[in-house]
Design a protein around this ligand. Structure first.
Ligand code: F6P
Length: 362
């Protein structure tokens, strides 16, 4: 039998997952290896195991296809992150059942594509003796040890496009628009799209805001004859001294669902300034659809690098971007500490130099 490897996608989907699967399937097959794609995230590794064989021909059309042909899951037997990101240990019987199935299938290694939660599970599998290689996925761009994750550029492109559209309608109606974007506890999407899309106020988790400051910016614009304002609000943004705004009831063994802060901000702005204020929640439009050109390239580099690491026997590592190259970093260097926007870094300074407010001026 030829060499065999496995791949799965875990956690929330994002643009580019299929492009990674394609790069892995193609480059593995060039080496004469067979690739099994496990279905439904880690669940596909448990009895009855569920996978599809990813042969060279079945990779056609995957480069630009959104979602994941393998399916994914962020619930079930493998919940490693809960609440506000607390880590919990996967039960021993689940880990050993997974190992037994991987050995029975004769897998040389397993490629795990996912964000912090999924890669935390990958590390626990590695500690169990399973040869794993990680690939960093998330629109939130919050994984340490890589300059960027794939999916982020595509999400920023959606958010920037939304801002372009809101700009014209806000200007026509002299309105304030609050655009709530994803990103969990990191403000990367809000900061990048806010700057690229001409936002006037950017609210991010890393810089708690106050309403006096936001409203002062809106009134300053009024006095300059600019009767509309675009506020870009990360879902993890929070008022100084207050907790994150969550959406709905906390489900058992799942991370807190952030959301709703945009509506609160919009209603407070309208109350305080008297300006007609609307909210737009971009939601999963940031995760759907195909990847941007940049993400297609990054996914292709990540996927082929992951296969190369398997060939080198480098397990317990994650592929990472250190421009212009992709490199291998230990999974333990990447997980458990979120990469957030530095409040005094260049990105924030660039925005402030343009007069963009972070809602923290008073
Ligand atoms: O981590 C990616 C992400 O899209 C976050 O930005 C967001 O908070 C969360 O997932 C939403 O998850 P779900 O699709 O489970 O609601």
């Amino acid at each position: 039998m030829s060499e065999r490897i496995g791949i799965l996608t875990g956690g929330g989907d994002c643009p580019g997952l299929n492009a990674v699967i394609r790069a892995v399937g193609k480059s593995a097959s060039k080496r004469g290896w067979e690739t099994l794609g496990f279905l439904g995230g880690f669940e596909g590794l448990l009895d009855p195991v569920q996978f599809k064989v990813l042969d060279y021909r079945s990779m056609d059309g995957l480069l630009f296809k959104g979602g994941t042909i393998l399916g994914t899951s962020n619930r079930g037997h493998f919940a490693a992150k809960t609440g506000h990101g607390e880590v919990q240990q996967i039960p021993e019987e689940i880990l050993s059942a997974t190992k037994a199935n991987i050995e029975r299938l004769g897998l040389r290694a397993l490629i795990v594509v996912g964000g912090d939660g999924t890669l935390t599970i990958a590390q626990q599998l590695f500690e169990q003796g399973i040869p794993v290689v990680g690939v960093p996925k998330t629109i939130d761009n919050d994984i340490e040890a890589t300059v960027t994750t794939f999916g982020f550029d595509s999400a920023v492109a959606s958010a920037t496009d939304a801002l372009d559209r809101l700009h014209t309608t806000a200007e026509s109606h002299n309105r304030v628009f609050v655009l709530e974007v994803m990103g969990r506890y990191a403000g990367w999407i809000a900061a990048h799209a806010g700057i690229a899309g001409g936002g006037d106020v950017i609210l991010i988790p890393e810089i708690p805001f106050n309403y006096e400051s936001i409203c002062a910016k809106i009134m300053e614009r009024e006095s300059q004859g600019k009767h509309f304002t675009l506020v870009v609000c990360a879902e993890g943004a929070r008022e100084r001294g207050k907790d994150y705004v969550t959406n709905g009831v906390q489900e058992k063994d799942r991370e807190a669902k952030l959301g709703g802060v945009g509506a609160l901000v919009a209603s407070e702005i309208q109350k305080r300034t008297g300006k007609e204020t609307r909210v737009c929640v971009l939601g999963h439009l940031q995760r759907g659809g195909g990847p941007t050109t940049y993400d297609r390239l990054l996914c292709t580099m990540f996927g082929t690098k992951a296969v190369q690491l398997i060939a080198e026997g480098k397990f317990g590592y994650m592929v990472a971007l250190r421009p212009p190259d992709t490199v291998a970093v230990k999974l333990t260097e990447a997980i458990g500490r979120l990469r957030t926007v530095p409040p005094s870094g260049d990105m924030v300074q660039t925005a402030r130099a343009l007069g963009i407010s972070f809602g923290d001026e008073f």
